[in-house]
Ligand binder design. Sequence first.
Ligand SMILES: Cc1ncc(C[n+]2csc(CCOP(=O)(O)OP(=O)(O)O)c2C)c(N)n1
Length: 722
Amino acid sequence: MPEKATTTKTKPGGSLAKADLLELYQIMYRGRRLDSVVESWQRMGRSHFYIGSAGHEALLAGVALHFKPGVDWVVTHYRDLIMALRTGLTPKEVLAAAVGSTEEPGSRGRQIPYHFGKPECRLYTASSPVGTQFLTGVGMGYASLFYSSMEHWKGRTDLFHPDEFIFVGTGDGTTSQGEFWEALNFAANPVHPCPVLFCVEDNGWAISTSVAENTPGGSLPPLLSGYREQGFIWLDSVDGLDPIKCATAAGKAIDWIRRERKPAILHGKVMRFRGHSCEDDERLYRTPEDIAKKQEGDPLKSYPQFLIEEGIVSESELARVREEVDREIDEARDYIDRQIETNTVPFPAPDSALEHLYSDKIDPASAQFDVPARPEGEPITLIHAINRTLHTEFARNPALFTLGEDVADVSNLADIDRVVGKGGVFGGRTGGITANLQRQFGPRRCFNSPLAEGCIMGVANGAAVRGLKAAPEIQFDDYFWPAYHHFRSETATMRWRSAGAFTMPVVIRVPSQGYTGGIGAIWHSQSNEAAYVVPGVRVALPCNPTDAVGLLRTALRSDDPVVFLEPKVLYRRTDLAEPYPGDDFTIPFGKARTVVEGDDITLVTWGIPVHLSKTVALKLKGEGIGVHVLDLRTLSPWDHEAVAASIERTGRLLVVHGAARMMGFGIEVVSWVSRHCFDLLLAPPTIRAALDCYVGYGTLEKQILPQEEDIEASIREVLAYD
Ligand SMILES: Cc1ncc(C[n+]2csc(CCOP(=O)(O)OP(=O)(O)O)c2C)c(N)n1
């Protein structure tokens, strides 16, 4: 309950006007009323899930008071019902979500309730993994910085507002996730400050784990004081059950963000009035006294009482607020009730499950991308081909940017004319993959990320949601795993889980694969391609300069997330150099390339083993054995037709890849062929892959990755089958 004024000089409502004080009550009451409808529906079996926001209202109402709908963005924690409503989500839509109706705008009935979303209200469709919201929110904040700091985007209020900020909600437990700290490090860095409000709703519990178990000392703010002392961040901690204090603190934090364009943290001690969710019985881990104590702090009781006692409002004014809210919520409840009673809730159509996985505007496999090469100039290596393509696409698309470890030319821009520039770890004096992007296009479009792959992926994701074309680099395939969570949980699912409301068409460039001559070993030789073949994502793996140009350009011009795997040991191979195929050259995804013609056996491969397979096929040609080598070039989509057509001629299939056989992509090819080409087969489809272990150092590499002699032996084995 707000403290009573101790002197006659202090106004009981602080600096807030009467209208604000009433609005705080309205915001809180609206949230509580709606929350209790969902709770009762869950008890009645009308909704399958309830996770209450009761007890978090005062803190969120304080923020909501200063929030500008249509200007500011919201990335919710599941208890942020109040913020969702503040953006313009209606009670009817919240209740539609509770019953899984397609009238819910965030996912059209695909997600469980409380994963709010509504694109036209700048309300981002939340996911379930706690913690991803931090980096997505920071990426959205980066987009704000990007747009506002470049002349090109001036006046584009459809894309950004000069004083906008991004609200990111979280519970106290979730701040234990590494992403919280990664997000702070990125957003608070003066090199790229992001206008984000991290709102920590500290209810003391993360399900049944106490804040003392999650946070050293049981309180987050002291741990963050270094950021504040350095002036990187606004930090405040407030009694989250006192709406006046919350609104005052939130006002200061938001003013700072709008003015300084820097992040802020608002921490409030709130209450979780129910168990964690409808699945949780908190009597199992909290004492009866502890549970009973909660009710004393309920701001929905203490705040209106305070307003009346202080003579700020009358009982009838408060009653009017409640009546209006009740009318709105009763109407929304009756609307969905009627649908339930008449069996007319519009649930997702059973045949709609595969919708919104990929863009319906741009199909990277379409003829639109079948643009012939116009080779020009001297042959160039793979690294130069990729670098040149990035340069041409950066020039063409002002929304394109890259971040990654060491991708910039220099750390300090003032030095740029005094040094050659790095431009990626595979660069040398002849230029790296991202060389001169920073020099030519500026530090907003090419910059060194912190050394944190999750941060790279999450920031790219958030920026992509806001319409930027993010093309991050993950330095080695072997170090993708820290980014994988954001890739798998956010990038891959975004379009599907929001039923097309939001997209993340990020192009992730990844130096990949082994055959390092033994120097790479376990963490510089992995081929993780199969891990990226998940619904909603395209995967490309060129193995020569021409394909790299064509596939990368298609990726950068398409509207789906693409993992673009680069065979790093081929970067500088001059024997593979080819003339640049032109600035318009693109290759449609899902079109295999015939490397060697042959009629006796079909060899399907991709990446570096393409070159080994070619050598073997040409050798066997001399013996009169026809090996038809197909380079798939993309694994999602992959060219079923070319494989089937070849097997029709040969009747035999060998798949060769540099990843382990166990759960490798060869299994996908063999499975499809076994089902669809069964009658054509003269021998069992066979896979020659890396051994089912990891790649070892030195001579071990040769034992583990398929070599030319292994490929030849497997070809002979398949041919010998009668
Ligand atoms: C990455 C991840 N791990 C675990 C969970 C399961 N889970 C859902 S909510 C939750 C507790 C979150 O606690 P806190 O951040 O304090 O928020 P509160 O529920 O208290 O508001 C957990 C462990 C999850 N959703 N995501």
